[in-house]
Design a binder for this molecule. Structure first.
Ligand SMILES: Cc1cc2nc3c(=O)[nH]c(=O)nc-3n(C[C@H](O)[C@H](O)[C@H](O)COP(=O)(O)OP(=O)(O)OC[C@H]3O[C@@H](n4cnc5c(N)ncnc54)[C@H](O)[C@@H]3O)c2cc1C
Length: 573
């Protein structure tokens, strides 16, 4: 590979958001925009292939669904922190995204009348999760990848790890990357960047996320001076399999699965009598934890006490047709068949509502950097995302950012110059510094300890004292991280080195999350404090922004929420 590579547009990340944007750019430019797509894994190993249950869209207005209802469900689910203009744009965009994927060959599950099957999902008052059995993300990725392969104007950089965003006078100039197979270090320049690098689930030990999901994009943006918005809102999904954390999709409850405590009770009746198991995730996760903390959970390994997800009444036919992956996972990992036996589950770290601050079109505060997918915060999900709204967000803002970047390219922007010295310094930091240093600390041990700290101090229920203690521990781990030693000293496919850089990113994001969470002295959506138990709209109906100050520490500020249709009311389900 050349030392400096140039494209018109660079897309960092090839999950659903990145691929959808690449397809849109390619179509809109008629193949004239030269695109580079960078991923630290092979395209089809991007985390999005794991998405299971479905993608939200209003497809059946004549049967009672409506854009207004989808918008209301999303806003209420967000505990009123979503920006309502963004929600409007989202619900309007989605039906067409589903039809596009249909045209691009996605084999949706079908109803008997041949239409796309949609199942119920938590917090949605109409069955609107478009599904391909319980492998929706895989089929969406495959359809987008197939469509992209029809274009000739893109170059893929698989197994290429981005380390830094380079700016010139506040404009995007390039990124520095490690090419894992060759061990080379390069700069990729472009006139515009789309950040589509996914979430940060590996901040936690008990998580649904792939090992690769380490918040690199959020950390790089933060280090480059961009703000992270609402990072304290981390979603705990109600049904993580014990002890691995593998996701048991909300589709299990969408298909009719029950949650039961040790007495066999469907305890959700106490917490959300109408929606029951299909209340929004923040509410179901809190209810499960309350059952466990009050002694009505089952005793699990390593403190992972649990609840039962009971699908035994659904019947073999329904489970085999609609939840085949779930059955396979339960049988392979636990030797348990959900057709006959309840599944042990508990709340699990699942999704980051926060991310890089971006406007309604995905544009960040840097004039030529956009963000889409889980890395971004367009303020769609507010304090709590509804299930099946994330793959939907990736598709919607993949398309929207693709469109806006194409328009930007039509204005004839110039390449910004990058500082060669800065790129060289980054190479030295990694290869002469981090790789060569002979410290006594093991980076894997630090990552493991960090994840335990986050499980313990920033979980479903939080309080000031515990979060402060967690923050101190994170700072201690940051100090120890300065003395790590990377075991593999070679340059070729050095995954030790990549994992160490990822851990550095996670440490920084942990500090950001805890700092923002400590300052938010209220309970809202996924942020539930035992010392501030109610929502406080007077003080906190606003988005958190976190910037890195000159000394490298998080600095907080706030901005208002956009309310268009609805004022906050009490959430009842
Ligand atoms: C098990 C599971 C099931 C889910 N099911 C659903 C569902 O049914 N419905 C729903 O709406 N949501 C679901 N979600 C959430 C949803 O899958 C994700 O939010 C979404 O897929 C994220 O897509 P993305 O394109 O933003 O990022 P990803 O798919 O994570 O892609 C990120 C890309 O960025 C690249 N990247 C990251 N860092 C770097 C770096 N430093 N250098 C180079 N490349 C980099 C990666 O290689 C990858 O290509 C699920 C989540 C999980 C964990």
């Amino acid at each position: 590979m050349e030392q400096v590579i140039t494209h018109d547009v660079l897309i960092l990340g090839t999950g659903l958001a990145g691929l959808r944007a690449a397809v849109e750019l390619s179509i809109r430019s008629g193949g004239t925009i030269d695109i580079g797509v960078v991923s630290k894994v092979q395209i089809m190993r991007s985390h999005s292939v794991c998405a299971e249950g479905g993608t939200a869209a209003v497809m059946r207005p004549e049967e009672g669904d409506s854009l207004e209802l989808h918008a209301w469900d999303t806003v209420k689910g967000s505990d009123f922190l979503a920006d309502q203009d963004v929600v409007d744009k989202f619900v309007r965009t989605m039906p067409n995204e589903i039809r596009l994927l249909e045209h691009w060959g996605l084999p949706w599950s079908r109803r008997e009348d041949g239409r796309v099957m949609q199942r119920p999902f938590g917090g949605h008052s109409f069955p609107r999760a478009c599904m391909a059995a319980d492998k929706t993300g895989f089929f969406e990725m495959q359809a987008l990848y197939d469509r992209l392969l029809k274009s000739t104007n893109f170059r893929r950089y698989d197994e290429v790890f981005a380390t830094k965003i380079l700016l010139e006078n506040g404009r995007f100039a390039g990124i520095t990357v490690m090419d894992l197979p060759s061990g080379g270090f390069y700069t990729i320049r472009a006139k515009a960047l789309l950040l589509a690098s996914g979430g940060l689930g590996n901040l936690y030990g008990f998580t649904t996320y792939s090992q690769t999901v380490t918040g690199d994009g959020q950390a790089m943006a933060y280090q480059a001076g961009m703000a992270l918005e609402d990072p304290e809102f981390l979603q705990f999904h109600p049904t993580g399999l014990i002890p691995s954390g593998i996701l048991m999709t909300e589709g299990c409850r969408g298909e009719g699965g029950y949650l039961r405590n040790t007495a066999g009770e469907r305890f959700m009746e106490k917490y959300a009598a109408k929606f029951m198991e299909l209340a929004p995730r923040d509410i179901v996760s809190r209810s499960e934890m309350t059952e466990i903390l009050e002694g009505r959970g089952f005793e699990g390994p390593d403190g992972l006490d649990y609840i039962h997800l009971d699908m035994t009444h659904l019947g073999a036919d329904r489970i085999n047709k609609r939840l085949p992956l779930i059955r396979e996972v339960c049988m392979k990992f636990l030797g348990l068949d959900p057709i006959t036996t309840p599944v042990p589950i508990r709340p699990v770290a699942h999704y980051s509502m926060g991310g890089v601050e971006a406007d309604i079109n995905g544009l960040t505060k840097v004039e030529n950097i956009w963000a889409a997918g889980e890395v971004a915060c367009h303020s769609l999900h507010g304090a709590n995302r509804l299930g099946c709204n994330s793959t939907a967000e990736c598709l919607a803002w993949g398309g929207i950012t693709g469109e806006h970047i194409a328009k930007y390219m039509a204005t004839g922007p110039k390449l910004a110059n990058f500082s060669e010295a800065e790129a060289k310094d980054e190479e030295k930091r990694i290869y002469d510094g981090l790789l060569q240093q002979k410290g006594e600390e093991n980076p894997y041990k630090i990552r493991k300890e960090l994840r335990t700290v986050m499980d313990k101090h920033a979980g479903v229920y939080r309080d000031g004292g515990s979060m402060k203690a967690g923050l101190e521990k994170v700072k201690g781990l940051q100090e120890r991280f300065a003395h790590v030693s990377v075991k593999d000293k070679g340059r070729i496919y050095n995954s030790n080195l990549m994992n160490t850089l990822e851990t550095g990113n996670l440490l920084e994001l942990a500090e950001v999350l805890l700092t923002a969470a400590l300052a938010r002295e209220e309970s809202r959506g996924g942020h539930a404090r035992t010392d501030f138990t109610t929502r406080d709209d007077e003080r906190f109906l606003q988005h958190t922004l976190v910037n890195r100050d000159a000394s490298g520490k998080p600095k907080l500020s706030y901005k208002p929420v956009t309310l268009v249709h609805w004022k906050p009311v009490e959430r009842k389900y």
